[in-house]
Ligand binder design. Structure first.
Ligand code: ATP
Length: 268
């Protein structure tokens, strides 16, 4: 069953007060994500990946088109705060910049306390909640004493990314939208983050939309790949089909850079 259906999604930005300039960031994009599926949106900078992600996360309204999550149109059927909180519990983002996801004035575990506040079945007291936080940190390979009580500038980029995944582990979302979740971190942490996302999919049946420039990485992690260029999906399908039998010139160009990426991935 499809968990997410994106239908003819379009986003046009208008710039300037007088001479209106139109930027068609996303053009007529359609795709589906099934339960437990990892799909990748791959494309160069400015191809419309993040804009697509923001519309799916209900952070940016589309100009036209529909997004159905579990059969509900997320822009038309979510009307009250309660349904929005439910949506935020089920659909979760891991953003490319781990630094922007944290408030510098609060200890890093604040993001995990916030996750607990979104839970339907909350722990019955603070001690139990802290146990859950510690367990989530262990699950993502962090010793709680290395990060608890610390501020964002006192921990590494890789630890910040892992804490965002720990947040996913607490919330058990049905869909994770991971926008370049490994872009700011070193190669060894990168492999770990991908593995954690795959574990979440296995353990919790989470579906994942993985957004990346890197077709080599997408080939390794995805069940389906959608290649975007200038706001459109120009190629789609199983990773073997996209990589071994590309039809669009742009995909052929991306595939041409994969041998180099393979070498890079072997370092992970
Ligand atoms: N708020 C905005 N106002 C105007 N134009 C925007 C806005 N957000 C994005 N754009 C434009 O829309 C296009 C698509 O941008 P988007 O960020 O979705 O691309 P992307 O594929 O995610 O790029 P990257 O990989 O660099 O994050 C770009 O031309 C961008 O400049």
């Amino acid at each position: 069953m499809s968990r997410l259906v994106v239908k003819n999604l379009t986003k046009i930005f208008s710039l300037g007060f007088f001479s209106k300039r139109r930027i068609e960031a996303v053009k007529n994009v359609s795709f589906e994500v099934k339960e437990k599926e990892i799909v990748s949106l791959v494309g160069e900078s400015g191809s419309g990946k993040t804009t697509t992600a923001k519309m799916i996360l209900r952070l940016l309204p589309p100009t036209s088109g529909e997004i159905y999550f579990e059969g509900k149109d997320i822009w038309k059927d979510i009307k009250d705060r309660e349904s929005l909180v439910e949506f935020r519990r089920k659909v979760h983002a891991v953003f490319q910049d781990p630094f922007a996801s944290y408030n510098p004035f609060y200890p890093v575990e604040r993001t995990l306390w916030q996750a607990i506040s979104l839970l339907e079945n909350k722990p019955s007291n603070k001690k139990e909640a802290l146990e859950l936080i510690k367990e989530s940190l262990f699950r993502v390979g962090i010793d709680p004493k290395d990060v608890l009580g610390k501020y964002p500038h006192q921990i590494s980029g890789g630890q910040k990314q892992r804490i965002m995944i720990a947040r996913c582990w607490i919330l058990r979302p049905l869909l994770i939208v991971a926008d370049e979740p490994t872009s700011m971190i070193d190669a060894s942490s990168r492999g770990g983050i991908i593995k954690l996302l795959e574990e979440l999919r296995e353990e919790q049946g989470t579906s994942i939309i993985f957004i990346t420039h890197d077709l080599g990485l997408a080939y390794y992690v995805s069940d389906n790949i959608f290649v975007m260029k200038n706001g459109e999906i120009v190629e789609r399908g199983h990773p073997d089909k996209v990589v071994l039998e590309p039809t669009h010139e742009y995909t052929k160009l991306l595939v041409g850079s994969i041998p180099k990426l393979y070498r890079k991935l072997e370092d992970l």
